[in-house]
Write a new protein. Structure first.
Length: 318
């Protein structure tokens, strides 16, 4: 009987120890997710709710003068603000120019670095480096490179391609081209890393089999490589699409919409017109700016949903 009591005591003690350990682990988990969750609520949920609230007000930053106007801001957006929709044309053109360059460049470099030659690790770091550089610094670098007396003009003059310096930021097409080049340089490196991770999981045995069958390099890429990395490739396309359509900081730091606002994207247009510190208006129409932000979010979400449906069709192809 005494032995049975001792066994029960040991069993209960062990259960208490296990339960205490589980409680400690659960507490650690809650503590670890608390800070990210708090950041998500403060920097994502609250601003969204704030925007929804003030989008139905005539609001210029002073709550005492705010006036409820219902959906008037949205009506104005659709009827009397063609500039906003024209900026969507700029944004889509920017995506059309940037994404093919970015994806093709990232894929080419990833395929090259996947060959496992000497200094592969060094080149991976070099190509990834632009992704961690501040956009403000990138804007400063490229604005100096494409300056009237910058290195690009000097290089082109040396080669004889041009006969006089080009003022890259005075013309819409050249200013737009500099934004595309700077943005591609900033973002292609991270895509190289994603593609390298996907390529490293493709079995070499498959390449050996198709090589024996006499497949060309192009055939290997389209019949083996692309289908094997399709899930990662689709994710890269989605991230690149959303990131490109939401481009803002690279435009503000490089051209600030010049010349004459013709290189603005949707996000830079909203920022320059309605964000205090960027707009020239002493009392910007923040309520109208909130309605523009909500409409932009809806459009971007619609594009993402449409892409996901398109992605399902790609699943059937690969």
């Amino acid at each position: 009987m005494e032995n049975l009591r001792q066994i029960n005591i040991k069993y209960n003690t062990k259960n208490k120890s296990i339960n205490k350990r589980k409680s400690n682990i659960a507490l650690q988990c809650y503590v670890m997710i608390a800070l990210p969750l708090l950041g998500f609520i403060v920097f994502s949920v609250y601003p969204i709710l704030w925007s929804f609230r003030w989008s139905v007000f005539s609001y210029n930053g002073a709550a005492s003068t705010a006036r409820f106007i219902g959906l008037e801001n949205f009506v104005t957006l659709f009827t009397t603000d063609p500039t906003y929709w024209r900026m969507w044309g700029n944004t889509l053109l920017f995506a059309f120019c940037k994404m093919p360059l970015e994806i093709i460049l990232a894929m080419s470099i990833a395929l090259l670095l996947n060959q496992r030659f000497k200094l592969t690790g060094f080149f991976r770091s070099v190509f990834y480096l632009p992704s961690v550089v501040s956009v403000a610094i990138i804007g400063l670098i490229f604005s100096n490179m494409f300056n009237h007396y910058g290195i690009i003009n000097a290089f082109l003059l040396k080669l004889g391609v041009i006969t006089e310096n080009i003022d890259w930021f005075s013309y819409t097409h050249t200013a737009f081209a500099t934004i595309v080049i700077a943005s591609v340089w900033n973002t292609f490196g991270i895509n190289v890393m994603y593609l390298l991770a996907a390529l490293s999981n493709v079995p070499n045995e498959i390449y050996e089999s198709v090589t024996i069958d006499g497949a060309s390099r192009a055939r290997k890429f389209f019949s083996v490589t692309l289908p094997m990395i399709a899930p990662v490739f689709r994710t890269i396309l989605l991230l690149s699409l959303i990131g490109t359509l939401g481009a803002n900081d690279i435009v503000l730091t490089l051209t600030s919409g010049s010349p004459g606002g013709t290189t603005n994207t949707v996000m830079s247009y909203v920022t320059k017109r309605f964000v205090p510190g960027f707009t020239e208006d002493a009392k910007p129409a923040l309520g109208y700016g909130c309605s523009m932000s909500i409409m932009t979010t809806i459009i971007l979400s619609t594009i993402a949903i449409a892409y996901n449906k398109f992605s399902k069709k790609m699943n059937q192809l690969y």
